[in-house]
Design a protein around this ligand. Structure first.
Ligand code: IFM
Length: 455
């Protein structure tokens, strides 16, 4: 039996742009994802986030459902364009009212709220002014944070400033597969710097306006393993680790960009513009690091051939999405590699010594396999969660300051460029009717929570 400490938070996570829907209601403005999804060919099946899970209207039922499952904490995000429709200028009180009521509903059900301020839904109005590659966006983010924290700061005890800045910067600005669909490593690095700066400014706002809140950031941390023992693959893996992990963790938790990558980017003339006090602002102390864990990367030197995601400038290749070998894979084609969770958490513990760590996301998409009686018999997801909770227990045992675990995701939802085709939910959503049905894994999670761990 892996038993978690008594005060361990067992949670579930979602994000506004993936579940709320009601894209044009209550005064909400367009986000970059609304605009991106309207461009032909960007999202599988031509899907848009306009309706999603209709959580905006159904949130009370969704909170009740969480309470029935015994879920103790809920990580949700605040849609910036619902609060400040253009990203700057007028504040939309109706938008704030929604999060106010969501927070109260959670508290009435004894569910601890963890609010994320930015989970990728930049207001389109700011994209039209240049978006994250432009420095002012960080300042506008601090203004947005101020509005939200003034309203919710007295009741939300846990805050994450950003979700996965690497993904927002690189998938959106280097690879072009996420909104806003730009392509250029230099643009991505400038966007990344402003995202990190936005984090630092928002932490300051939180400290001022909600001094009792515990504040952190959710970063995706993926172990990077070299495909071979040779020097070329080992060096490629070190560069890839810099690109995926250290470029974010180091400035946040050590106040400096990593030297090896700084040298590499300087040679490529890709270094972002960094102002004198930016790194001090970025490295403002946090109370916790949120680790989002899904997979490891298996990396080889880029010989110019082969398959897998190629990072041309740094000369490495990821040997297919999320690993290799003959292990089981999820519907995202991500390798199931629970020991990577232990490794990621222990690495953050060892290299950065944070006060606390929350696993702010972990979970899996699987195609549905409805059981004979029509229920959702997702044994693969149950096994996945079981193995990853055990891996979390192993990290705790080895001394990591792990304080909670949030399953991604509570509900099937809008999985970005994959539309509604990839289902991550503990709870199945029928996107025609909106009906919610807890899967077998949800009931298993309920029992694990009640037992305080996994058998
Ligand atoms: O759905 C996403 C989420 O928005 C961010 N982390 C990874 C999840 C699964 O891809």
């Amino acid at each position: 039996m892996t038993r978690m400490p008594d005060d361990f938070l067992f949670g579930a996570a979602t994000s506004a742009g993936q579940i709320e829907g009601a894209a044009t209601e209550g005064g909400r403005g367009d986000s970059i994802w609304d605009v991106f999804a309207r461009r032909p060919g960007r999202i599988a099946g031509g899907a848009t986030p306009a309706t999603a899970c209709d959580h905006f209207r159904r949130y009370r039922d969704d909170v009740r459902l969480m309470a029935r499952l015994g879920i103790g904490a809920y990580r949700f995000s605040i849609a910036w364009p619902r609060v400040i429709p253009r990203g700057y200028g007028a504040v939309n009180r109706t938008g704030l009212d929604f999060y106010d009521s969501l927070t109260d509903t959670l508290l009435e059900h004894a569910i601890t709220p963890l609010a994320t301020l930015y989970h990728w839904d930049l207001p389109q109005g700011l994209q039209e002014r240049g978006g994250w590659p432009v420095r002012d966006t960080a300042r506008y983010f601090a203004d947005f944070a101020e509005q939200v924290v003034r309203r919710l700061g007295d009741r939300v005890p846990l805050w994450a400033t950003l979700n996965e800045p690497h993904v927002a910067a690189h998938l959106g600005h280097e690879h072009g597969v996420h909104a806003p669909g730009l392509r250029g490593l230099g643009t991505a690095l400038q966007a990344a710097h402003h995202l990190l700066l936005a984090h630092g400014l928002a932490v300051e706002v939180l400290r001022d306006l909600a001094p009792r809140a515990r504040v952190g950031i959710s970063v995706n941390v993926a172990p990077v393993h070299a495909a071979g023992d040779g020097d070329a693959d080992q060096a490629a893996a070190a560069r890839a680790d810099g690109y995926f992990n250290r470029w974010y963790l180091d400035p946040l938790l050590r106040g400096a960009y990593p030297e090896d990558l700084t040298d590499a980017y300087r040679e490529l003339d890709l270094l972002p513009e960094v102002h004198e006090y930016d790194l001090a602002a970025i490295a403002v102390p946090v109370d916790f690091v949120g680790v989002n864990y899904y997979f490891r990367y298996l990396v080889a030197a880029d010989g110019g051939d082969g398959t897998g995601l190629r990072q041309r400038e740094l000369g490495f290749r990821v040997l297919d999405a999320g690993g290799a070998g003959s292990r089981e894979r999820t519907a995202m084609n991500w390798e199931v590699y629970p020991e990577g969770l232990t490794e990621a958490v222990l690495r953050v513990t060892r290299d950065y010594a944070p006060a606390a760590i929350y696993l702010t996301e972990n979970g899996a998409a699987y195609d549905d396999d409805p059981g004979a009686d029509g229920d959702f018999d997702d044994r693969a997801r149950q096994a996945y969660l079981h193995a990853h909770l055990e891996a979390a227990g192993a990290a705790l045992e080895a001394g990591a300051p792990l304080r909670g675990y949030f399953v991604w995701s509570l509900l099937d939802n809008f999985e970005w460029q994959h539309g509604y085709r990839k289902r991550f939910g503990l709870v199945h959503v029928d996107f025609r009717t909106g009906a919610r049905t807890p899967r077998r894994s949800a009931l298993w999670y309920r029992d694990a929570i009640a037992a305080g761990g996994v058998p």
